[in-house]
Write a protein that binds this ligand. Structure first.
Ligand code: CU
Length: 158
């Protein structure tokens, strides 16, 4: 069987591309620590108001410069919808939906979660620059979906 020279080139290019993709995946997993979401705690959306952290949603300081935010989304608002942290804060969000599927995207950060009833969406963002960071629901959730927003206010250090 005769192999055309062009076929050899395309076969070699395919092998190079596969190795390139494998290399990119290896770098993202082993160098940058990027992984797929794992198992997350499940909650019954009907009993969310009684769940320990989500019974009083808000911002909690866990260490100097470290915060946890327990955020509840519902038709059509976030509780809390205003979060104040000092510049340089590292904030871990635990967000849930009390009714239908919502989304949480914080502008100016890479935090983007889908809030599926019964699951806790978790993500961490660091706020180095003072200013206001708008967060919105990005999953269409009904008539007043476009009003579902809030902001993270990052205050300059005194
Ligand atoms: Cu929405």
């Amino acid at each position: 069987m005769r192999v055309e020279p062009y076929e050899k080139v395309w076969m070699a290019l395919s092998a190079v591309m596969l190795l390139g993709f494998l290399g990119a995946i290896s770098v993202s997993v082993f160098v940058h620590g990027i992984s797929l979401p794992g198992a997350t705690p499940r909650l019954d959306p009907r009993t969310v108001p009684q769940e320990p952290h989500f019974a009083s949603p808000g911002i909690y300081q866990t260490a100097p410069g470290e915060y946890e935010v327990y955020l509840v989304s519902m038709l059509w608002s976030f509780v809390p919808n205003e979060i104040r942290v000092p510049a340089g804060a590292r904030v871990t969000f635990y967000a849930i939906s009390q009714d239908v599927t919502h989304g949480l995207a914080i502008h100016g950060t890479n935090l983007n979660l889908m809030l599926i009833p019964g699951l806790v969406g978790t993500g961490t963002a660091k706020f180095d620059k003072p200013g206001e960071y708008l967060f919105i629901c990005h999953e269409y959730c009904g008539l007043a979906h476009q009003t579902m927003a809030g902001k993270v206010i990052v205050e300059a250090k005194p």
